[in-house]
Design a protein around this ligand. Structure first.
Ligand SMILES: [Zn+2]
Length: 87
C-alpha cells in the first residue's frame, strides 16, 4: 500500500513542477516594460572589421573588433596590438 502512495506522491510532484514551469513561462517578464539601455542597442559594425580574440593582458582574451591593416594583419581596436591575419 505504501508503494502505491509513493507513486502517487511522485506523480503529484511531477505534475506540480510542470504547473510551476507553465506559470513561470506565462508570467509577463518584469524586464519587458523597461526601456532598452543605450549600450544594448544594435550598432552597425565598421566595414572590414573582424571580431577576434585578443590575447593581451589588457583585453583579457576577450573578443574585440580588429581593423584590417596592409599586409593581412589586424589591429585591436581596444589595445592597438597587431595580430597576424590567420589567427
Ligand atoms: Zn586587444
Amino acid at each position: 500500500m505504501s508503494t502505491d502512495l509513493g507513486a502517487y506522491v511522485a506523480a503529484a510532484a511531477v505534475a506540480a513542477v510542470a504547473v510551476i514551469t507553465l506559470v513561470a513561462r506565462l508570467a509577463p517578464s518584469a524586464r519587458s516594460s523597461e526601456p532598452v539601455p543605450e549600450t544594448a542597442k544594435f550598432s552597425e559594425p565598421e566595414a572590414g572589421v573582424r571580431y577576434l580574440q585578443c590575447d593581451e593582458l589588457r583585453c583579457g582574451h576577450m573578443t574585440y573588433p580588429h581593423r584590417p591593416r596592409p599586409g593581412g594583419t589586424w589591429v585591436c581596436a581596444n589595445c592597438g596590438t597587431v595580430k597576424g591575419g590567420t589567427s
